[in-house]
Design a protein around this ligand. Structure first.
Ligand code: SF4
Length: 512
């Protein structure tokens, strides 16, 4: 062995040029490390999914004739971190070179770029994303707002996706206005049954327990998430066949009245994508092929909404993260400092929308973007929860959460702690929006129509108290003008009653 090549748990890209030919002077290392499994409290399904996917990848590489060293927690128990393991293996093999793929997270980027080795060190592209890091400067300016829509249009043109003779297909760039429907009773029975796998992760669960890794959420012996390329492809095909026709239309909808309420029309391919089992190019090509099929029942609005997530939002968020690398995690422009309530770890709250979003997250390690943004995220924003604690919760609980995607989505888009680098205005709402997009409010302990008094929906008074508290920051934002004029129109006694209600709720936040 002359060269040690490290494969991180989120670098399971079988099509990487590394694997084009077999070379017996190369050793591929895939390792479970306690530090990686516990730098935040992860959902237990997430740890199992990573371990199982790494195991499958190692096995596939071995069968393809590569030298592979797959280490479990049992083998690496004495290693402090990934850098220590790399140093140990390079020394044992007398390697003349260490090679790794560019980590997506700053934490691992620093660790690997700074680790001191006796041999040469080379870093390669992951060959996964559409944009390479050298290109970020021409797309995203650090520490300022960069419009996602402008980024997305540039990407559409550059990669010639949904374009006709230089113009957007159908004449519009964005069909979001057609994609905001809520689910009516008659829509519920049509929601497709989600494709779930049943991967035996018993041995991973035993290792997690034996090595005392603190986790959250409900464990599954038979893991529903895809853990190899074949399953990732099946999930993608299933989405294109059964969910894409109504994906955009119901992408913001929420319900508690379907056995498939947790998945609806969402693709749930984010774990497969973020571990690089499949590429964004493949995902886009498949979605477009399904749209272009002769008998397709997928409209342009549906496929455009999906392409926007993959080609636009996902690449945009990654570029924003890397362009603000050392500063993003310190942003807290709204000076939010309240602790995260305990019910985020149990789902035990009287707020039905919160109980659903949190309970589902604990059960499945998944919630869709509107549950994350407009239920739990909205609540944290309105209540002034410390973004450090919000980040930690989101980074730990979701199957697809890696810092590069979690941080700008949570601290930026959801908590507005960056002062508008991602979102032009804070994404906040009263109970009214939740009532419009879901059926959560029916049967809730609280009354969504009430702002004050017994049983008033907490989102209502918290919303106005948030608006009032941040008048300095928000009143100059054009898209907030209407909100402030509505607040000013309320008479003083009504304003005071709403603010008193919010203060009372915040003082008793644990018992909401
Ligand atoms: Fe949530 Fe308020 Fe509706 Fe209850 S009434 S589900 S707390 S928005």
């Amino acid at each position: 062995i002359t060269t040690v090549r490290l494969i991180l748990g989120d670098q399971l890209n079988a099509q990487h040029s590394w694997y084009k030919s077999q070379d017996h002077s190369l050793l591929y290392v895939i390792a479970e490390i306690k530090e990686e499994a516990s730098y935040v409290r992860h959902h237990i399904q997430k740890v199992c999914a990573f371990f199982a996917a790494m195991q499958h990848f190692a096995t596939a590489l071995k069968s393809a004739g590569h030298n592979v060293l797959h280490l479990t927690l049992d083998d690496t128990a004495d290693c402090k971190d990934m850098a220590a393991l790399v140093a140990q293996i390079c020394e044992q093999c007398c390697a003349t070179a260490f090679e790794y793929q560019q980590p997506d997270e700053q934490r691992l980027h620093q660790l690997l770029s700074q680790c001191l080795l006796a041999c040469e060190k080379h870093c390669y592209s992951t060959e996964h994303f559409l944009l390479e890091p050298e290109e970020f400067d021409s797309y995203i300016t650090p520490a300022k707002h960069n419009r996602m829509e402008a980024f997305y249009r540039k990407m559409r043109k550059r990669f010639n996706i949904l374009m006709r003779e230089g113009k957007p297909e159908g004449g519009e760039w964005n069909y979001d206005s057609e994609n905001r429907a809520s689910l009516t009773k008659s829509d519920l029975s049509a929601i497709p049954e989600p494709l779930c796998f049943a991967n035996d992760v018993g041995s991973a669960l035993a290792r997690i327990k034996y090595h005392n890794i603190a986790t959250i959420g409900v464990a599954q012996e038979n893991l529903l998430w895809p853990v190899n390329r074949r399953q990732a492809n099946e999930l993608l095909d299933y989405f294109c066949d059964y969910c894409l026709p109504l994906f955009g239309r119901f992408q913001d909808a929420m319900t508690s009245q379907s056995p498939h309420q947790w998945s609806l029309y969402h693709s749930r391919i984010s774990f497969a994508l973020n571990t690089k089992m499949i590429t964004p190019r493949l995902v886009i090509v498949r979605a477009l092929a399904a749209y272009n099929r002769g008998d397709s029942d997928i409209s342009l609005a549906q496929v455009e909404g999906f392409v926007r997530q993959i080609l636009g939002w996902r690449e945009y968020i990654r570029a924003v993260y890397w362009q603000n690398l050392n500063t993003y995690h310190r942003q807290n422009i709204l000076a939010a400092k309240r602790g995260l309530p305990q019910y985020f770890w149990t789902g035990k709250t009287k707020m039905r929308c919160m109980a659903h979003a949190i309970g589902q997250s604990l059960d499945t390690a998944y919630a869709h973007h509107i549950q994350r943004l407009m239920i739990t995220g909205n609540f944290c924003l309105l209540a002034g929860i410390s973004p450090d604690q919000v980040d930690e919760w989101y980074l730990g609980i979701y199957i697809d959460a890696l810092e590069w995607v979690e941080l700008p989505n949570t601290r930026g888009m959801s908590q507005w702690a960056d002062g508008g680098w991602v979102a032009t205005k804070p994404y906040c709402s009263s109970g009214n929006y939740i009532n419009k997009m879901s059926d959560y409010c029916k049967g809730c302990h609280y009354d969504v129509k009430k702002k004050v008094g017994d049983g008033a929906c907490p989102f209502n008074s918290l919303y106005w108290s948030f608006i009032n508290r941040h008048v300095q920051q928000f009143s100059r934002i054009p898209r907030m003008t209407m909100v402030y004029s509505n607040w000013k129109k309320k008479d003083k006694s009504e304003q005071q009653a709403v603010l008193a209600q919010a203060a009372n709720y915040l003082d008793n936040i644990e018992s909401l």
